[in-house]
Ligand binder design. Structure first.
Ligand code: PRP
Length: 181
């Protein structure tokens, strides 16, 4: 099956992504010099972005991962957010940077930030690849954004549709969004 036939437009190609990630990585390096940085990547979507981002931050740092699954997206009922993988490193007194692929409503990230705050990090901020300000429903401590986007459905560079397209090197939109099963 030629899954690429469903690609509509390239929103951010690999060169633009690489350049912007390096730029944001340098900013983070300047802000976190002398701190005790722990980068917490939110699975699954952020893993490609995080792999590039951490290599653009020339500082000593720890890395860890959390996985969160949201149910009821787009439904009238309140979303249910479940932590399916918790962070294992001790974040107490440390400077946590949550690495997200996209901040949409903010509900997923807000849930993780509240969860991590209980463990008393010295600071906690978010670095997002994409940010949809028009969709945001809750405040989150967003400090770094690679790209602000409108209400588009983007896939690639870690972002999926129904579990597919994460391996595309560019961020693209799709011609058709088939209904999820
Ligand atoms: C995406 C993304 C964020 C969340 C953002 O995850 O990685 O965690 O949605 O949406 P929100 O701001 O409205 O909460 P998704 O549920 O698609 O899972 P995935 O990362 O495994 O693809």
């Amino acid at each position: 099956m030629d899954y690429k036939k469903n690609i509509d437009k390239v929103l951010y190609d690999r060169d633009i992504l690489a350049a912007r990630v390096v730029e944001v990585g340098r900013q983070i390096r300047a802000d976190y010099a002398g701190k005790d940085l722990v980068a917490v990547t939110v699975l699954k979507g952020a893993f490609v972005f995080a792999a590039d981002l951490i290599r653009a931050i020339d500082l000593p740092m720890a890395v860890d991962f959390a996985e969160i699954i949201s149910y009821g997206e787009g439904a009238e009922i309140a979303e249910e957010v479940v932590l399916t993988k918790d962070v294992a490193v001790n974040v107490k007194g440390r400077d946590v940077l949550v690495v997200e692929d996209i901040i949409d409503t903010g509900l997923t990230t807000s849930f993780l930030v509240d969860h991590l705050r209980i463990r008393e990090p010295r600071s906690i901020h978010i670095c997002a690849l994409l940010y949809k300000p028009a969709m945001q429903r809750v405040e989150v401590p967003l400090r770094y954004v690679c790209f602000e986007v409108g209400d588009v459905f983007a896939v690639g560079y870690g972002l999926d549709y129904a579990g597919q397209y994460r391996n595309l090197p560019d961020i693209v939109t799709l011609k058709e969004i088939p209904p999820e099963e």
